[in-house]
Design a protein around this ligand. Structure first.
Ligand SMILES: NC(=O)c1ccc[n+]([C@@H]2O[C@H](COP(=O)([O-])OP(=O)(O)OC[C@H]3O[C@@H](n4cnc5c(N)ncnc54)[C@H](O)[C@@H]3O)[C@@H](O)[C@H]2O)c1
Length: 318
């Protein structure tokens, strides 16, 4: 029997799949602090992990661990050096997330363009006749959107934006022009000089030393006054302090953030009080359907690993 530790519970569909497979015994824990996990992880062959941190210190004690199955696709919460050193396989739910995140981006785009609850509030507060005096909303039709990062989510978003008849630009230095063109996008080689063309910009790249604070005050200054900026990738790619300043100076129309430099953001983060920021609590994948897919894929990856049939596309190359 292999032993699987599930750190933070997952969708019941994943648990049911596990129960049907007789080769595993498992334990679900909701405590995620380092001291607890250091002691707990010792005897397990596999772990599934959501966003809690698997530090070097925790992994050092994981002497039996052969696979970390990430419930998600980002893995900046895992110490990669120690994972590699111990020859632990790191798997992700590569096929589960993209649709939900791309839909969340559209949800944010529409919300900001249509000024959130303005119309709803107007009707419900008995001010229907004010309708012609309200600030104007904006359309997405025929507007230019820049998709920055053209992986699983970026590609999925492109398809949805095509349906809205938007002009789609793509910035991703690692993807060939031909692939972008074949999918109906226009490749942008230089991010900075393309910004003044865009009505919307959506970030879909990983957070790393090259992308940290890629979007700062100087970059936002280059954007159109009506531009909507969305980040549903990782906090830290946009400099939040600069973004708040830029929103206060009306440099862009609005910003949608699902992710933050510090999660949860501190209560004194000025973005929490900024009317031009539309925020969600790192919840782009929290649809019933996506959580079910992620739960199943997280467990299937563990099963496939021990049956020597885990697909390469699910394994992170460290
Ligand atoms: N909000 C959420 O809940 C949520 C859910 C899933 C994924 N994510 C995040 O979304 C992001 C994208 O996920 P994905 O599954 O599409 O990843 P992916 O690995 O499929 O795609 C990432 C793309 O970014 C590109 N890229 C890398 N460095 C870049 C750079 N400097 N400039 C431009 N492009 C660059 C890569 O070439 C790749 O095509 C990740 O940061 C992930 O952590 C967030």
């Amino acid at each position: 029997m292999k032993k699987l530790l599930i750190i933070e519970s997952i969708h019941n569909d994943g648990i049911e799949l596990l129960k049907q497979n007789k080769s595993f015994e498992f334990e679900i824990v909701d405590k995620t602090d380092e001291e607890f996990l250091k002691n707990k992880i010792k005897n397990f062959d596999a772990v599934s992990v959501r966003t809690s941190r698997l530090s070097k210190e925790i992994l050092e004690t994981a002497t039996n661990l052969k696979i970390i199955s990430r419930h998600g696709v980002g893995y900046d919460n895992i110490d990669l050096l120690e994972t590699k050193k111990k020859n632990i396989t790191l798997a992700i739910t590569a096929t589960a997330n993209a649709q939900a995140v791309a839909e969340h981006v559209l949800f944010m785009l529409f919300n900001i363009a249509k000024r959130n609850n303005m119309y709803d509030d107007t009707v419900k507060s008995g001010k229907f006749n004010d309708r012609t005096k309200l600030p104007k909303t904006i359309e997405l039709w025929s507007k230019n959107i820049l998709i920055a990062g053209f992986g699983r989510i970026g590609k999925c978003l492109l398809k949805k934006c095509k349906g809205l008849e938007m002009n789609i630009y793509v910035y991703d230095p690692f993807v060939k022009e031909e692939e972008i063109k074949n999918k109906g996008g226009i490749k942008v080689d230089d991010l900075s000089s393309s910004l003044n063309l865009m009505d919307a910009i959506s970030i879909h790249m990983p957070l790393n030393d090259k992308t940290r604070h890629l979007i700062n005050y100087d970059m936002i200054k280059k954007m159109k006054k009506n531009c909507i900026l969305i980040n549903a990738a990782r906090g830290g790619i946009i400099n939040e302090c600069d973004l708040n300043k830029a929103l206060n100076e009306n440099l862009i129309f609005g910003a949608g953030l699902d992710v933050f430099e510090k999660e949860p953001p501190s209560q004194d983060n000025p973005l929490l009080k900024n009317n031009k920021a539309f925020l969600s609590p790192h919840s782009a994948v929290f649809t019933e359907e996506c959580l079910s897919r992620m739960g199943i894929e997280t467990i299937q990856n563990v099963i496939d690993f021990f049956e020597n049939k885990l697909d390469n596309s699910k394994i992170v190359k460290i």
